[in-house]
Design a protein around this ligand. Sequence first.
Ligand SMILES: Cc1cc2nc3c(=O)[nH]c(=O)nc-3n(C[C@H](O)[C@H](O)[C@H](O)COP(=O)(O)OP(=O)(O)OC[C@H]3O[C@@H](n4cnc5c(N)ncnc54)[C@H](O)[C@@H]3O)c2cc1C
Length: 381
Amino acid sequence: MPKNAVVVGGGIGGLAAAIALRRIGWTATVLERAPELGELGAGMSQSPNALRALAELGVADQARAVGVPFHGVFNLRTPSGGHIARALPGTASPLLGFHRADLHRVLMDALPAGWVRAGAQVTAVRQGADEATVSCGAEEWAADLVVAADGVRSTVRHLLWPEAPGPRFWGNTVWRGVARAEGVDAGMTLGRGRYFLTMPVGRGRVYWALGAHADRSGVRYEDELAEVRRRVHRWHDPIERLLDATPPEAVLHHDITDLDPLDGYVRGRVVLLGDAAHAMHPDMAQGAAQSLEDAVVLAAALAEAGDVPEALARYDERRRPRTQAIVEQARAKGLASTSGNAVGYQLRTLAVRMVPSSRWPTLAARALAPVWDWRPPRLPR
Ligand SMILES: Cc1cc2nc3c(=O)[nH]c(=O)nc-3n(C[C@H](O)[C@H](O)[C@H](O)COP(=O)(O)OP(=O)(O)OC[C@H]3O[C@@H](n4cnc5c(N)ncnc54)[C@H](O)[C@@H]3O)c2cc1C
């Protein structure tokens, strides 16, 4: 009998975990509380480490087919439109931009029919000696392993790590949208206390995001798109054009929270993965990337260890230091990117200007090497 897992959450992390488990001969059932499967209407980038994890999951070609290469990290502008760094023609970018729904679909398509159940909200978890059981309405699911990939507000973490503090708000909020537009480059405009990001995500769509400082969480506006417009009033083209082409009802507004370091990602036969374990600020573009890494490392540990507890101990040991260091880096970067401090802003833009644009690809690759250079363990074929 193959071993079996229940995966709580059908986001990018949960689906990746199910694919990884399948590759090592396990079966898995993914329980997703949303009535329909899918991802938010927004974009994301994936870096070389994530692309290697996708390759190990066997979906590299499918992901590349829907991803768009871009140079966003090197196109930096001020609100009036002046370039402080420019992506030079011919410079290669190791990043791919995705519409989230496209990447989610690639992962869904890699799973056998019937492995993912929508409308299934997990409300309780019970540990046994050789298995763990989750409850979902009147149904119960027992498994050799429960993978909790249920996001930053994880129910499973709340139930099994009751002492752990919840998600923490540090003062960042972000609006996101997708507009139909042609000829828009990837890039970032740095304002004081806010930034505006653009990223082509294929088929004539451009993802944009406005990140800003917020004194408190939970502040919402009757017309979120109007609020975005107000905050980037008179910023350079194509910002207004993108906002004009964005359906107001499709604008997403989220406060950013992250997790303080947990002292372990494993309790018995339950393991945390993705945002449930290490939610982070988006400023390193590593949240989903790290969940892909988690999935591959978890499956590799299960394939090589003698039993499930030993495998989970290895997963914890391999994933915790790396992911928690990235949470910290992302937080520092996130807070700097929305700092309203005038001197800090001038110094930051000055520092960028002093570096010739031709050097950005090398410098970025060097600075991000500890994150981007990660190599996945090989999963047995
Ligand atoms: C503005 C922004 C930009 C970002 N940009 C990037 C980027 O460029 N690159 C990148 O790699 N990452 C990025 N991220 C981070 C990325 O979105 C997350 O890290 C990633 O989506 C986490 O995936 P996950 O599967 O762990 O969690 P989620 O995507 O949150 O999925 C959790 C799933 O579990 C389900 N669920 C929750 N509770 C239950 C329950 N009790 N029972 C059943 N199901 C349940 C939820 O409905 C959800 O579908 C960004 C995040 C933000 C906010």
